[in-house]
Each structure stands twice: as C-alpha cells, then as structure tokens.
Design a protein around this ligand. Sequence first.
Ligand code: SAM
Length: 368
Amino acid sequence: MSGTEATRDALGERISYAQSWEDPRVLQAGLQVGSDDRVLSVCAAGDNSFALAIAGAESVTAIDLSAPQIALAKLKLAAAVALDVERFRSFLGVGPIGQRVFLYHEIRPSLDEDVRAYWDANEEWIRLGVIGCGRFEQYLATFRTRLLPLVHRKSTIEQFLSCQTVDEQRRFYDAHWNTWRWRSLFRLFFSRTVMQRSGRSAAQFAHVDGPVSAAFLKRVEHGMCALPIATNPFLQWMLAGKYTDPENSQPYLSEQGHSALVDAADRIRFVHSDLMTHLQASTAGTYTAFNYSDVPEYLSEAETQSLLAATADASQSGGRIAYWNLLVPRHRPDALADRLTRNEALGTRLLATDRAFVYGGFQVETVQ
Ligand SMILES: C[S@@+](CC[C@H](N)C(=O)[O-])C[C@H]1O[C@@H](n2cnc3c(N)ncnc32)[C@H](O)[C@@H]1O
C-alpha cells in the first residue's frame, strides 16, 4: 500500500486536527508569500491556509484527502464571513461556551450541502467548540485534564504560564517543572504505543525509526525554556486548553486577521484530493508557493521524491516549497538537486524559533 493510500485509510474519514499545530510565522518566513503568489496549501484545520491568504496571496488552494477536514475549514471560513470577530472566536471555541448552536444556525444557510450535512450530524461539537474536536486536540485534552494534574498543581501551571521572560521560564522549569514525575509520565503518554492508540495513527508512524518520547521531551524543553510562553499559543493550549491572548494566537483569530480573512475569502478554494493526484492534473506554472505541512513524513523516500518532482513540474520557476519533519527526516533528495535548491540554513534558523516546537526539521526548497 502506498503512503498516500495508508494515510487516506487512517485520516480520510475523520477530523484529526481541529487546529494547526504548525507555526504560521515560520511558514510565512519560509515562503514569503505576497500578492503575486498562487499557493497550494495542505488544508488540515484551515488555519495555515488562512494565514497565507491573510498574508496577501493572490489565491490559496487548500487541499486535503480528508473530506471532514475540508468541512471544518469551510465552516471556519463561512463563520468568519458571517460573524464579527468576537462572535467568530466564541463560535469556534475560544472563550466560554456562548450561543454556538444559535450562531451555527445563522451560518448554516451559507454552507455547501455536504458541509451542512456533516455539521448537522456533529452538532455536539459545535456546542463544545469545533477547535477542540480533532483526534489530536482530544488527545491533548486527555493529557491536560488527566495526566498533568497528577504531575503539577493548577497553581504551578498558572505560575508557569504567567512567566514574562524566557529567563524566568528557564528558572521555573529547573526549579519546579522538570520533576522526575513530569519526565516519567511525559515519556509514557507521548510514547509511540500510547500515541498510536489515541493521538496519531499507525500510518503516521510507518516511516519512523527509534523511540519517540525522548525526542519529544527534548523538544518540549526547548519550547518551554527558549521561546516566550506569553506569545506561544501552542504551549498555552497544550497546558491550559485556551489562549492567554486570542489577539496574539492564530492570525485568523486576531481582529485584523479576521477582517483580512473576510476580504480574502473569495481567493480561497478547497480541493478534496491527495497532493500527488492534484499536482499531476495541474499544468506547469500553476502555483508559485507550496505549504506541505508534514505530508512527506507519511510517504516513503521514493514517494517523497515523486511528490517533489511533480511539485517542480506544477510550479513557476522560483516557486518555494515548505514543510516540516516531525519524526522522519525528509527533504529534497540529491537526485533532484538540478531542479530544487535546498535552503538548509534558513530552515534550521526558522526551526529554532518554531513556537509549535515539536518538530525535528523545517524544509524550505526553491524550484530552479
Ligand atoms: C499532514 S497532517 C498534519 C500533521 C501534524 N502536523 C502532525 O503531525 O501532528 C495535515 C493534513 O494533511 C492531510 N494529508 C495527509 N497526507 C496528504 C496527502 N498526501 N494529500 C493531501 N492531504 C494529505 C491530512 O488529512 C491532514 O488533514
């Protein structure tokens, strides 16, 4: 079975990610999207495709092999258009439960029929707030509500979240956070076995070698000690299940971002397909920038090479490609050196600033 078929079997029929767990600032710094860009972007929860549209792209094609992921992103976009920023945030699940089902019925008439049918059947998630409905967000919620309280008191978590500088964070981490109990329970909960059962599927580990929890622990330590927690929505959500400051969380949730998204709504289109099929059907020069999330991770080396070659075929000269590596080190192979330039130093520099901090690599490549 190919990597794409395995991914479709594992992820195709569900919402795995209700939020993006990839830093939009890193993505934009890698792709430098502007008003001349036609972007092909893995849809997932929609957030990073929205971020690239907000950055001013001429067009964004948000693609996913999962219809429920597309139904989620379409719901978010329709909500942005129908609601002011306060009601938009509240509808999605930022802040206390408000009148989400009532708001849904305001948005509902503007949804495509299949999207409406999907959310009619999942109205409970509308009530709870859709940005918590992914399998991964539910896994994090279990971590936050069942495991974290066994390790740290609520007051310790609140104190950590209120640190104002990275020096303060480092001191707090060493003195109060990094206990034997934290390390042990973290290793257990973020082990391959537990993650495979509840957070990620076996297909997402198909190309992963070696233990995973030790690698994650090191990356989490970097995220907790080297990057300001006050401006890190990813860490805030992981530890508290909310954003300290929605205005500085995801671009589409800020007041300015929301209004830019509404303006850009007509420039975003959705495609339900896998990347390879779509690229093969696209003519040369169709796109100028590509956000591939961490899709190459789910593919073999040979499949990654074919995906990158098809990307170069569909790209305008000078097109940029960006993607993350979580646990599998994928990047442009030497065989494609005459078609793609690897900007390794830029990727490494940006990875060190990545507020989503769980990744082991960030790749930026340019079509020659
Ligand atoms: C790659 S996952 C993001 C994973 C996330 N960064 C993580 O590892 O925790 C993002 C989205 O990519 C979609 N996806 C995976 N492989 C794909 C492919 N070959 N073509 C199109 N979409 C794909 C999935 O359905 C999912 O919604």
